[in-house]
Design a protein around this ligand. Structure first.
Ligand code: HAM
Length: 424
């Protein structure tokens, strides 16, 4: 009997893993170059934590279960809530800002399709403890820098402000819980349901006109900001525009191309300020490769209120976007294959392989192939060099090095093997 993978999960073969590890490395190095340090949290958390502030859409798609002691748990659907729990448990007293990053798998019971999986990976950062605009601008710029370093060309950064939307709603007398419902409908683009809910909440006239007016604003910075200012004249939400603009002023120092879209509402309940999404248009329906923004969680998770912002790449979607644009040939192959010409030399070949591994990746032929077949194997696997261990050469303190590309062979001294990687 054969078994297949659970729906919505994937296996990754070596070539794909090599590409994934390369992209992961670029992400990690970029995060670390800004002072972010990696953390890890459990794959499952208490259901209560995850359900607390994730939002309707995420809760609907949770993998949740009871353990043998009857505890309600859930596989993490994202990392921001777990990271904030960790921060409150372990790091609250540390000097600010606290800069954390993660690279982890997440689980959402969604309908699988291209770019949408039930197990997927997120690479993200969280900046905790500063509310200065240069901090938020830096977070957005890091996401763009990663994509530029990876050589992705066809992507768009869209920036919005849930802070403005929430202020308008608050001024219209809408409670926090209802705000979540409204933002959810905005995020889903459900205009009719939104109109109905606004009616039910008695948001009409001027308040409704302003909200819908703001939602429709998108495009170039100057135009969007001036129209938003006009709409919000004399209202408390104007203050949010000022915050928003100061973030953009810092962002302009690092990122040249972006659009504003004040209709972005994000799919999670905890956002409270500037938010952003990055789209790779070639991916069609699942084009959102990154999402993030400023959020409020510390207080409601039992900690001291503190400003926080961050983002997460949908790592799998970044991979799809890169692969749609270019061929990614990442070399993770063995450099050297060691082949003894007879079984009596196997012991020497084992020792020689260990020496070579000090400077190059090296496989000992474990199939006891004859030399001709071993060379054919190296060829088929793209292993560029073969070290042939023969009696005569060994007696002289040498082995034969064959360059598989040119077919050239030369003897090299055993004493040189330790640093052979530098010459290949
Ligand atoms: P999110 O937008 O829900 O935000 O997820 C971030 C990214 O994960 C999405 O932009 C998308 O690329 C990817 N993603 C989501 N669901 C799937 C799926 N089923 N299959 C493949 N990829 C998926 C968050 O999770 C926030 N925690 C981001 C954040 C961090 N905000 C502040 N800090």
């Amino acid at each position: 009997m054969q078994f297949s993978r659970p729906r919505g999960t994937r296996d990754f073969l070596p070539e794909e893993m090599a590409r994934r590890r390369y992209v992961e490395k670029v992400m990690r190095e970029t995060f670390e170059s800004y002072g972010y340090r990696e953390i890890q949290t459990p794959v499952f958390e208490s259901l209560e934590l995850i359900a607390a502030k994730s939002g309707e859409d995420i809760v609907k798609h949770l993998y949740s279960f009871k353990d043998k002691s009857g505890r309600s748990l859930a596989l993490r659907p994202e990392l921001t809530l777990p990271v904030m729990r960790l921060y409150i448990n372990e790091l609250q007293r540390k000097p600010k800002p606290i800069k954390l990053y993660y690279f982890e798998n997440c689980f959402r019971y969604e309908e699988p399709q291209a770019g949408r999986y039930r197990e997927f990976w997120q690479a993200g950062i969280e900046l905790i403890g500063t509310s200065y605009p240069e901090g938020e601008a830096e977070v957005i710029a890091i996401a763009v820098e990663v994509l530029e370093k990876l050589g992705l060309k066809d992507f768009e950064l869209h920036i919005g402000s849930i802070g403005i939307l929430r202020k308008i709603l608050r001024e219209s007398g809408v409670k926090e819980k209802e705000q979540g419902k409204i933002l959810h409908l905005i995020d889903k683009g459900e205009r009719e349901k939104l109109e109905n809910l606004l009616k039910k909440l008695k948001i009409s006239g001027e308040n409704k006109r302003i909200l819908l007016g703001i939602l429709n604003l998108s495009g170039e910075k100057k135009e969007v900001v001036s129209k938003a200012r006009e709409l919000l004249k004399g209202r408390a939400a104007l203050e949010e525009i000022e915050k928003f603009e100061s973030i953009l002023r810092f962002l302009d120092l690092k990122v040249q191309k972006y659009s504003l879209n004040l209709g972005i509402a994000r799919g999670l309940d905890y956002y409270s300020g500037t938010v952003f999404e990055i789209y790779a248009n070639r991916l069609g329906a699942q084009k959102q490769i990154c999402g993030g923004g400023a959020y409020s969680l510390a207080g409601m998770l039992g900690g001291e209120e503190t400003p926080t912002c961050g983002f997460a790449f949908g790592f799998d979607r970044v991979m799809l976007a890169l692969e749609a644009e270019k061929e990614m040939n990442i070399d993770s192959k063995t450099h050297v294959l060691v082949v003894p010409v007879s079984e009596s030399l196997l012991g020497d070949a084992v020792k020689i392989s260990s020496i070579i591994r000090k400077s190059a990746s090296c496989e000992l032929d474990l199939m006891r192939r004859k030399l001709g077949r071993a060379l054919a194997y190296a060829n088929s696997e793209g292993i560029p060099f073969v070290v042939i261990v023969g009696d005569e050469e060994l007696a002289k303190g040498c082995v034969t090095l064959r360059d598989m590309k040119t077919g050239e062979q030369k003897e090299i001294k055993l004493s040189e093997l330790e640093r052979i990687g530098e010459k290949l």
